[in-house]
Ligand binder design. Structure first.
Ligand SMILES: NC(=O)c1ccc[n+]([C@@H]2O[C@H](COP(=O)([O-])OP(=O)(O)OC[C@H]3O[C@@H](n4cnc5c(N)ncnc54)[C@H](OP(=O)(O)O)[C@@H]3O)[C@@H](O)[C@H]2O)c1
Length: 227
């Protein structure tokens, strides 16, 4: 059984990815995981991740795993416009969800990838996490948590290549997508994508990636982005 897994399958991008994968029918089974599924995955609770990985492994071989979890603003916290707005607790929560959560997914799910044949783990990062592309400033916690995520992807990809030379582990930017995460901040933006369109672009972009791209950061079409 070849399985595709979408973590964060109740989010705007995650749900669209799940639906696109089900419609394409490339995999024998498509498993969506979120805080609201059974088994549930809360990325700040490692026990839920290890239990879900165990369930996935019992069903078959995951050849595509997409992590579409993440937060930009939680509760009353909004992205910081100035360094004066930094609150350590808010920053720690964003790192817990956007950086540590995904690397815990890598810890428990990368070992499930097959050692032979094509397999891809992608985590949805964000271009604002690019240090080389940072021209506007602001959004300290979100930017830094995604930059940390990109470094964790790179580091995990190097380790993965030693045991899984054909596997691919990447960070991807989905574009600006109309979801609950972006909608408060994308009101005046042009080129805001529908989640279904972003999902199809992401899946087509994944197909353009090979083992030589593992550890990289890409846009939704598979074009490289600067770290
Ligand atoms: N939308 C954009 O324009 C845009 C641009 C660049 C990058 N991104 C990135 O794309 C990814 C998906 O975002 P989205 O736009 O689809 O946002 P969204 O609709 O708000 O979805 C976010 C997802 O993350 C999940 N999540 C949050 N905290 C979690 C936790 N502790 N454990 C497990 N799941 C958790 C949510 O689960 P619940 O349903 O349980 O809340 C939801 O499924 C994020 O990483 C985001 O940073 C989005």
């Amino acid at each position: 059984m070849n399985i595709a897994v979408v973590v964060g399958s109740t989010g705007g991008i995650g749900r669209a990815l799940l639906e696109a994968l089900e419609a394409q029918g490339t995999f024998d089974e498509v498993i969506g995981l979120s805080r609201r599924t059974i088994p549930n995955v809360d990325v700040v609770d490692e026990a839920t991740i290890s239990a879900a990985a165990y369930t996935v492994a019992s069903r078959g071989t995951p050849r595509l795993i997409v992590d579409a979890t993440g937060v930009l603003a939680d509760g009353t916290a909004v992205p910081e416009k100035t360094i004066r707005a930094i609150e350590p607790e808010t920053m720690a929560r964003l790192f817990a969800t956007n950086s540590i959560g995904p690397v815990l997914l890598m810890k428990h799910f990368l070992p499930l990838l097959p050692r032979q044949g094509r397999a891809l783990f992608a985590t949805i990062s964000a271009k604002v996490g690019s240090i080389g592309d940072n021209r506007l400033g602001g959004w300290y916690s979100y930017r830094a948590s995604k930059a940390a995520l990109n470094q964790l992807v790179r580091t995990a990809a190097i380790e993965l290549s030693r045991t899984h030379p054909e596997a691919i582990c990447v960070a991807v930017h989905p574009g600006t997508v109309a979801t609950p995460l972006s909608s408060p901040f994308a009101k005046n933006r042009l080129n805001v994508l529908a989640p279904a369109d972003a999902a199809l672009d992401l899946l087509a972009g994944f197909a353009r990636l090979g083992p030589q791209h593992s550890g990289g950061f890409f846009d939704r079409h598979g074009a490289p982005l600067p770290y």
